[in-house]
Design a protein around this ligand. Structure first.
Ligand code: CAA
Length: 259
């Protein structure tokens, strides 16, 4: 079924792919091999029209405990700089279909950064989020200093990044990092339910909505509003817009074709 060694890729529902990070002996630490596999599976999901939504999860103990410290320990500045180490992690952000993160246990360092790069994050009661890089003599390198401040504001981001302290699922939810906190056994069913609900919409309006929401992080308000409006206008060129509005008026369920 799955040709990967550091993750599992399954289709639990017709239009939903489930990616489970799988390095059980290293708390899913994100080494190069795992990140290359993640990149590969996301690229394939991008071009597979059957897949309309992806759920990314880890194990009960860890979503991911960060970049692989053993692999990184002896890297030199020159190597890191020449290879632009971790730049490939930005590829997750380039994935255009909806990506739902489902976190149990530790989401630390790079693991937290990958979780923050998903579109919707669900957490079980056991989830713990943190940027402990400061304890290793480094700083977050996969987007943590930039994404965390946008999510929780400067004071909390600074506290977490400068002390390395973790926050629990409930606090992450109160601060807007996580959309729902669930009992452990409810996490995956709910993540798949959300994914299925999204998969049943028009893929084209879902993609446009994701693009517009993400633009809010990158653009000043006036540009963001204009960008949103242009995408909104463009959707009137789709069959799904005609179908969605006709179905409403005819009091029936829409049948979207992603065109
Ligand atoms: N890299 C490599 N191996 C890791 C790892 C990591 N980030 N996190 C855990 N492991 C390994 C441990 O070395 C251990 O392996 P061995 O059995 O071979 O010794 C195994 O996973 C189990 O870990 P622990 O025995 O430490 O488990 P624990 O339950 O006692 O502690 C923990 C759990 C608090 C998460 C602890 O493992 C920990 O602090 N991990 C490191 C967290 C961290 O610092 N993450 C940031 C990494 S740097 C980074 O991510 C940079 C970036 O911005 C991209």
């Amino acid at each position: 079924m799955s040709a990967y060694t550091n993750l599992k890729a399954d289709m639990p529902l017709r239009s939903v792919q489930l990616i489970s990070l799988h390095r059980p002996n290293a708390l899913n630490a994100l080494n190069r091999h795992l990140m290359a596999e993640l990149d590969d599976v996301l690229q394939k999901a991008q071009s597979d029209s059957q897949i309309k939504c992806v759920v990314l999860t880890g194990s009960e103990k860890a979503f991911a405990a960060g970049a692989d410290i053993k692999e990184m320990k002896d890297i030199s500045f020159v190597d890191a700089y020449k290879q632009d180490f971790l730049s490939s992690w930005n590829k997750i952000r380039e994935f255009r279909k909806p990506l739902i993160g489902a976190v149990s246990g530790y989401a630390l360092g790079g693991g937290f950064e990958v979780a923050m790069a998903t579109d919707i994050l669900l957490a079980s009661n056991s989830a713990k989020f943190g940027q402990p890089e400061i304890n290793l003599g480094i700083i977050p390198g996969g987007g943590g200093t930039q994404r965390l401040i946008r999510a929780v504001g400067k004071a909390k981001a600074m506290e977490m990044i400068l002390t390395g302290r973790m926050i629990k699922a409930q606090e992450a939810c109160e601060r807007g990092l996580v959309s729902q906190v669930l009992d452990a056994e409810q996490l995956m069913p709910e993540a798949l339910k959300v994914a299925e609900e999204i998969a049943n919409k028009s893929a084209i309006s879902v993609q446009a909505a994701k693009e517009a929401v993400n633009a809010a992080h990158e653009m000043p308000l006036s540009e963001g509003l204009r960008f949103e409006r242009r995408l909104f206008h463009q959707l009137f060129a789709t069959k799904d817009q005609k179908e969605g509005m006709s179905a409403f008026i005819e009091k029936r369920k829409p049948s979207f074709t992603d065109e």
